[in-house]
Design a protein around this ligand. Structure first.
Ligand SMILES: O=C(O)CCC(=O)C(=O)O
Length: 270
């Protein structure tokens, strides 16, 4: 799949993009099976009682089938279309969410450096836990950034419930639809169930300049297994991701592995 110029312009202008039915019904069934196996066996899912979010790292790294999401032509076209075909895959999180996620950006890079790909595994609507975004809030000159407005305080500030923060867009999805957004874009979710199934992939530009290499070090110093003090047994990724990687997949893994092992030699793959 190749994004159209209009889709790329939409992403660059508004800071997010949704692709309906990127995955077929059969593919969705396989992804849900792989997600459930992973969270139940590797992610603490058996303990989930709805009182809080259950979260685990590297949701696509624990089974060969989930790892293959990184080889899927639709996913490669989507991520490659917005940050370059040689993008770095930088892990992600798998979740049984419980309740609302307040408004937040995932980064404050001031430029398009990192993106999040979001997969919701149940139908989610505006009041049942879908992702909401504030279009254009990725820009450093967006009014909420310039005026340091916290949209979570919009009830106190403006008499408006945070879920109705002016201008926000509810991205209702069904399984198989895929969302992508700039890490700097403010996002949230309201009204979801106590077992809202969702996982993400984080990706950054491949670093080619000294400035980008510095950003990549900064990024992986925080947002990586080592950054979270997690020993995957294989460094940057859980072993299955590397053990089943083709040369094409390695294009998206090599630079994060190198930087991660340099930053966290104690966790490096032996
Ligand atoms: O679905 C949600 O609760 C929002 C997800 C989110 O905030 C995130 O992945 O950073």
């Amino acid at each position: 799949m190749k994004l159209t110029t209009a889709q790329i312009t939409f992403f660059n202008t508004f800071g997010y993009l949704g692709i309906p039915t990127l995955f077929t019904e059969d593919e969705v069934a396989g992804i849900i099976e792989g997600f459930e196996w992973s969270i139940q066996n590797k992610g603490g899912g058996t303990e989930h009682d709805g009182s809080k979010r259950t979260m685990f790292g590297g949701p696509i790294e624990h089974t060969p089938e989930m790892c293959a999401i990184l080889d899927h032509p639709g996913i490669l076209g989507l991520i490659g279309g917005v940050i370059g075909e040689d993008f770095n895959y930088c892990s992600g999180d798998g979740n049984y969410y419980s309740g609302n996620s307040g408004w937040h950006p995932d980064g404050n890079w001031g430029q398009l450096f990192a993106v999040k790909v979001a997969f919701y595994l149940d139908p989610v609507g505006r009041d049942s836990g879908c992702l909401r975004v504030i279009p254009r809030s990725q820009h450093p000159d967006h009014f909420i950034r310039k005026e340091k407005i916290d949209p979570n305080k919009s009830q106190e500030l403006f008499g408006v419930d945070p879920r109705d923060f002016p201008g926000n867009v509810a991205l209702e999805t069904s399984p198989g639809d895929v969302l992508i957004f700039n890490h700097d874009t403010y996002h949230a979710s309201f009204g979801g169930s106590k077992r809202r199934r969702m996982f993400t992939m984080n990706c950054t530009r491949h670093a080619k300049t000294p400035e980008d290499l510095e950003l990549a070090h900064k990024y992986l110093g925080i947002h990586s297994a080592g950054g979270y003090n997690v020993d995957t047994g294989a460094g940057m990724y859980f072993p299955t991701m590397i053990d089943t990687a083709s040369e094409d997949r390695m294009l998206h893994l090599r630079q994060p592995i190198e930087i991660h092992d340099e930053l966290f030699p104690q966790f490096a793959r032996k």
